[in-house]
Design a protein. Structure first.
Length: 384
């Protein structure tokens, strides 16, 4: 009798443990569900900007050296994105042949990256005529991609194709959807399983991911770019409108003393209001704070969870007109908040105006590197 009682006792304990395990695993899944972003690309990457997407490599101050890839790999990055202006190196008329010397240069650069076991994303960058005259340039764009797909069809799967950088202008969501989908179709006839990176209209904004209408294709990743708050990241940049030319914006706000606004800034009501908030609101609500970063990342994460399409932050960075401490703090915020949402990222960029590396001193800009690749030693102070 005593023997039977103790068996029943242990049986009951066993059942209780099993029930507990079952429910705790369910609740884990439920808790984790909002964060289930499918990951394909490695977590941490670097853009090799201002080199091959200049009209001629070197014209914007950067020529890609073979040694860059080892420097990048050794610092802890696992991916490089290589922006390329193919449109400046292909015949203007049919058959739109890509210059063979340029192709060889790209072969070489890709190979250097692969030799370091870096994943490589190549894209079509700064095809401005396509943005403004899509109907006239669609055929040429498709032909450029056909040539690229044929050339690299046998390359390892660590090579990724991103169809276009930051569609804008007359590439409205519907025009761009149509061209993007034709391009996917064209590439699929040559290479059925290469991972393709698609991009939303409106400069690749997270908020325009919802306008993407994509074919049913299991090898698609979507990208978006994040430069919020733009009045901080692009302050004083020569290529943006002059109402962004108020400099001295820090991250996070508010500043101790109010800024003197650029005369053109004063002409734009929403920007004047932005600066009022920047001067007054405490850190958690300040517009130069983590709120706009989180909003964009949440939007991208939620879209990815809903569609099942992996998401990738292909560019984020703060231009050198901002002070270095603020840039490092902003970079740390974006990097950390992305990783918290399991969104892989790629910093804009290696060695030019947003540069994390200095070509003159051959050194990393340490505060930026620390923000990107934290270690016990070099973790940047966490913001509250
Ligand atoms: C552009 C760069 C620019 C960067 C930040 C990139 O997509 O190609 O020219 O510096 O965005 O604005």
């Amino acid at each position: 009798m005593k023997f039977l009682t103790s068996r029943i006792f242990f049986l009951c304990i066993g059942i209780v443990i099993l029930i507990t395990l079952f429910f705790s695993s369910c609740s884990n899944q439920i808790l984790q569900f909002p964060h289930l972003v499918k990951q394909v690309l490695p977590l941490r990457g670097m853009n090799l900007g201002n080199a091959l997407e200049a009209p001629v490599e070197g014209e914007w101050g950067v020529v890609i050296e073979d040694g860059f890839f080892q420097i990048i790999r050794q610092a802890g990055f696992e991916l490089v994105r290589i922006p390329i202006r193919w449109s400046a190196h292909a015949l203007k008329g049919f058959p739109y042949t890509i210059d063979p010397d340029f192709f060889q240069r790209i072969d070489h650069v890709i190979q250097q990256a692969l030799n370091q076991e870096l994943a490589v994303v190549i894209n079509v960058h700064h095809y401005e005529e396509l943005n403004w005259f899509p109907a006239d340039h669609q055929e040429r764009f498709l032909s450029i991609w056909k040539q690229i797909a044929l050339r690299y069809a046998t390359y390892p799967e660590l090579l990724f194709f991103e169809l276009l950088n930051e569609p804008t202008g007359n590439l409205t969501p519907s025009t761009w959807n149509s061209i993007q989908n034709k391009t996917i179709q064209e590439i699929r006839q040559i290479d059925p399983t290469r991972w393709l990176i698609v991009t939303p209209a409106d400069w690749g904004s997270a908020f325009s991911l919802k306008y993407l209408s994509l074919p049913d294709d299991p090898y698609l990743i979507a990208t978006f770019h994040l430069y919020e708050p733009f009045l901080f990241t692009h302050q004083g940049a020569s290529w943006v409108p002059s109402y962004y030319h108020t400099v001295g914006v820090i991250y996070p706000g508010p500043p101790d003393t109010p800024l003197q606004l650029h005369p053109d800034t004063l002409e734009v009501p929403w920007i004047v209001r932005w600066f009022e908030d920047y001067h007054e609101l405490p850190y958690p609500q300040n517009p130069s704070g983590p709120i706009p970063v989180r909003r964009a990342l949440n939007t991208a994460r939620d879209w990815s969870v809903k569609t099942g399409i992996p998401i990738w932050l292909g560019e984020f960075g703060a231009y050198e007109m901002a002070d270095l401490e603020s840039r490092a703090r902003w970079t740390q915020t974006v990097r950390q908040e992305s990783e918290d949402r399991q969104i892989p990222w790629t910093y804009w960029e290696f060695a030019a105006g947003f540069g994390a590396y200095c070509l003159n001193t051959h050194q990393w800009v340490q505060p930026l590197l620390d923000a990107l690749i934290p270690s016990d030693k070099n973790e940047v102070d966490q913001l509250p």
